[in-house]
Each structure stands twice: as C-alpha cells, then as structure tokens.
Write a protein that binds this ligand. Sequence first.
Ligand code: HEC
Length: 138
Amino acid sequence: MKNIKKIALVVLATSTLAFGHGDVVPHSVETKGLEKIADDVVVNPLRGNEIAIEIGKGAYNTNCARCHGLGAVSGGVAPDLRALDAADDDIDEYFITKVKEGAVRNGNVYMPPFGDVLSPEAIWSIRSWLETLPTDDL
Ligand code: HEC
C-alpha cells in the first residue's frame, strides 16, 4: 500500500514537472452565439464572423498560445500560424485536421490532439481569428 502511494506521488511530481510550464490541460471552449457545425465540414464556415473571431481569440490564448506564441507570433517552439494562407479552402482542411489530430510521431507528442476537446465551432473560430492578424512581420 505504502509503495503504491509512493508511486502515485512520483507520477504526480513528474507530471507536474513535465507540465509545469504553462497550462497544459486542454480547455473546452464556450461557443454560445454560434450555430452548430457538422464534424465533416472542411471549409471554414465562420470566416469573417465577428462573434467567432472574438471566441477564437480566447480559445487560442487558453489552448494554443503556450506553444504557438502570444498573439500567434511564434517564438520558434512551434510554427507561426499566421503563415498559413487566409481564405484558402485547402488550408482550412489542413488546419482542422491538424488541430483535431495533433502532431504525434513515434510516440512523441509535438502537439496534442484537440479533436475530443474542441468543437468544430471552437476550431473554426480560432482559424477565423488567426486570419484577422497582420502578417507583415512574417
Ligand atoms: C504543446 C505545444 C502545442 C500546442 C498546445 C499546440 N500546438 Fe499546434 N503545433 C505544435 C508543434 C510543435 C507543431 C509542429 C508539428 C510538427 O512537427 O508536425 C504544431 C503544428 C500546428 C499546425 C500546423 C502548422 C503548419 O505550419 O504546418 C497547426 C495548424 C496548429 N499546430 C494549430 C494549433 C492550434 C489551433 C492549437 C490550439 C488549439 C495548437 N496548435 C496547440 C505545438 C503545439
């Protein structure tokens, strides 16, 4: 029994260490004011939607900024998401697939999958917000 407690403690300590930098737990996002979007939609239905842009900004800050940078200005840890062409249907599909599936190779999680955490509304809101950002310093 004692040993089990010890192991639990070690696991806890290790995960705190590994995840100590910023908030790693993905956050679901409140998308009130937006219509429900089907899972198989691959072109951003929320482009230019003011409510979505506002929601996307918050969703980005709680879920993506720690790796992709504040204001989506990458510090080099992860790609600069402003570099993805705006208003491009092919990039839309790439974007939502990537966010849902994350980037996991050989058991290494470069980016966690968000498919179980973020609704399509939340993901498209993030894309809509990213598209409003200036790209002149890229
Ligand atoms: C733990 C760090 C981390 C978090 C959190 C994270 N990402 Fe990523 N993301 C990465 C890394 C690293 C890559 C590059 C992946 C690779 O090497 O394939 C990446 C790649 C991407 C790509 C592909 C970019 C390209 O230029 O090809 C998109 C799109 C993306 N992330 C969106 C997001 C969004 C949206 C969120 C928040 C919902 C998010 N990411 C959260 C680390 C992260």
